[in-house]
Ligand binder design. Structure first.
Ligand code: DX5
Ligand code: ZN
Length: 220
């Protein structure tokens, strides 16, 4: 399966975002993962619409907004308006998940849903027809650089089975603790999109090396 690498900007240098966005684009990243945090759904605050709007014309790869916010339905259309290609909401933050996913598609973006480590996959079995991406959290959301939670692996496997049974074209992404040790485990469990923050941006040999080694390791 072709593996896509999606660097998470959370670990970039926030005083040099343009430089870092251009660097991962030049290194062949397949998309850019944008962690939007509100200090309520998660105990951290990052960036939002004004910052992403400024970054849109610095890269031509898809922008994925991972909304770790409460009431995502109140504001998600704005993320599509400023050029996000996909919007991912948390199942735990969406009272009317089916409606919210439809709202994303109607706004013109791909619709994704993220599941926290404790959230079972059955929470999304009735929305498969509204989904373009299932994002399995392999850390508790809020911070970069945390250790991979291994119970994500059987969940990825089960998600892959669900997607195959549905016959739909749904990406399975994994977010948190993805590095050179864990990437082949996630890829062989069935994920096709690897989201990596600290491994990519903290790599002492550069983002090119990090992205290439992740890709090579998973595809070998
Ligand atoms: C955590 C974020 C992740 C984070 C991953 O809440 O959703 O995207 O950036 O960081 P690493 O790859 O360092 O675990
Ligand atoms: Zn994320």
């Amino acid at each position: 399966m072709k593996i896509q690498i999606s660097p998470s900007l959370l670990s970039a240098d926030f005083s040099n975002l343009e430089r870092d966005v251009r660097a991962v684009t030049a290194a062949g990243a397949d998309s850019l993962h944008l962690d939007v945090m509100d200090g309520r759904f998660v105990p951290n605050i990052t960036f939002g619409i004004p910052v992403i709007k400024r970054l849109r014309d610095k890269t031509d790869i898809p922008l994925i907004a991972h909304l770790m916010i409460v009431h995502p339905e109140d504001i998600l259309n704005e993320f599509v308006k400023i050029g996000c290609d996909s919007v991912v909401v948390h199942v735990e933050a969406s009272t009317h998940l089916h409606r919210t996913l439809q709202q994303i598609r109607e706004a013109g973006a791909k619709a994704g849903v993220a599941l926290n480590p404790h959230t079972p996959l059955c929470m999304i079995e009735n929305v498969m027809d509204c989904l373009d991406e299932i994002l399995i959290m392999s850390v508790n959301p809020g911070f970069g650089g945390q250790a991979f939670i291994t119970s994500a692996l059987p969940k990825i496997k089960a998600a892959r089975q669900m997607v195959e049974q549905s016959g739909r074209d749904i990406d399975i992404s994994v977010d948190g603790g993805v590095n050179l040790e864990t990437c082949s485990l996630v890829a062989s469990a069935g994920a096709n999109v690897l989201i990596a923050g600290s491994y990519v941006f903290d790599c002492p040999t550069g983002v090119d090396y990090a992205i290439n080694t992740l890709r090579e390791k998973c595809e070998s």
